[in-house]
Write a protein that binds this ligand. Structure first.
Ligand code: A2P
Length: 343
């Protein structure tokens, strides 16, 4: 399969490269695309040097799958051109997620949605993916009525430069210097702040609304009520979340534990004796979402509480995109319908 990565020099782009190699994706040709800033730089992939190209109109000739991870405006500028050139685009940005003609896919939850693509498949928001794989096994047994979630989001969500900035800030603070914040609006080292995406007039930020709207779309359950508080914390690349679930009937905690332990993409991590539960350092570099502290909500007879950590760059972004690509191959879904965009 001929694959191109748009945003190959970024945090997610680099992880996509690792995963293509690690999972032995059946590659014929691999093209690495970025902006003019990185054009000409070289990346070693499986012992071979690949020169990064600036994305251009001709970039998508002979591309079967475009993995796009270069931000919303870049996806808006190029995705439809790639489809018109015959590629299926797996887009990691928020540009097309809520478009009715674009499936929003987490392979452990709604693989069937991928079959309806018109050339573009959207990869959901990272916090939404991590929560989704953890709570869907419960939703399948008893529909979730309401979700109250708080997130603890790592610097990686804002890209490779934000991760670098976090490390520099930590060093500066330990050296007694004033930390500089250029990528994120405030210092993230030894600090935390509510997610900096734009706020609406109800006081919710875009990141929080993604959790609301994308969860409903992925679960195909527009009736689920979701409220979220998203916070950036001084962690490099794994997000954590506290999730409160409300059902119509009480949910047996032991059953919830068994369902989560058996679910794909999830690992139950609970040692109540030692007070050992999922932590970002354990989730970093791991594929499964770590889930633990599953317990009855003492404030509501039909409520459950749980805690999770997941690698934001892996399952929260690159791994989910590669799983979608694998699904396309497995189900023979690489054809772009004639009705798809023409540019
Ligand atoms: P570049 O290295 O040329 O800036 P991250 O999310 O880690 O910040 O990475 C963003 C990725 O998106 C990088 O690979 C970056 O490439 C790429 N990118 C950003 N803006 C553009 C653009 N206008 N056109 C193409 N690629 C872009």
């Amino acid at each position: 399969v001929n694959v191109a990565i748009l945003g190959a020099t970024g945090a997610v782009g680099k992880e996509l490269l690792e995963l293509l190699a690690e999972r032995k994706f059946p590659l014929k040709n691999l093209k690495l695309l970025a902006s003019t800033r990185s054009a000409g730089s070289k990346i070693i992939f499986q012992g071979q040097e690949i020169v990064v190209e600036a994305v251009a109109d001709s970039s998508f000739d002979d591309v079967d799958i475009l993995l796009a991870s270069a931000g919303g405006s870049t996806s808006k500028a190029w995705a439809k051109k790639a489809v018109a050139a015959g590629a299926v685009v797996i887009d990691n940005s928020s540009a097309f997620r809520m478009d009715e003609t674009v499936p929003l896919v987490v392979p452990e939850i709604n693989p069937e949605a991928a079959g309806k693509h018109q050339g573009i498949i959207a990869n959901p928001n990272c916090t939404t993916i991590l929560m989704g794989v953890a709570i869907y096994p419960l939703h399948q047994i008893q529909p979730i009525k309401r979700v109250v979630v708080a997130t603890y989001q790592s610097a990686s969500g804002a890209g490779a430069r934000a991760m670098e900035e976090a490390k520099i800030q930590a060093r500066d603070i330990l050296d007694g210097k004033q930390p500089l914040a250029e990528v994120l609006p405030y210092p993230i080292a030894f600090n935390l702040f509510p997610h900096n995406s734009p706020l609406n007039d109800q006081g919710y930020c875009e990141e929080e609304l993604k959790m609301v709207n994308e969860t409903r779309k992925i679960f195909n359950a527009p009736e689920i009520r979701v409220t979220a508080t998203c916070v950036r914390v001084p962690i490099l690349r794994a997000h954590s979340e506290t999730v409160n679930l409300e059902f119509a009937q009480p949910f047996d905690v032991e059953q919830a534990r068994e369902l989560i332990a058996a679910a794909p993409g999830v690992k139950l991590v609970e040692d109540w004796q030692s007070n050992y539960f999922p932590m970002p350092i354990d989730a970093t570099g791991q594929d499964p979402v770590l889930v633990g502290r599953i317990r009855q909500d003492i404030s509501h007879p039909c409520g459950l509480e749980l805690w999770l950590c997941g690698d934001q760059i892996r399952k929260g972004a690159a791994l989910n995109a590669i799983q979608i690509a694998e699904l396309l191959l497995e189900k023979n879904l690489l054809e772009v319908p004639d009705s798809a965009f023409s540019v």
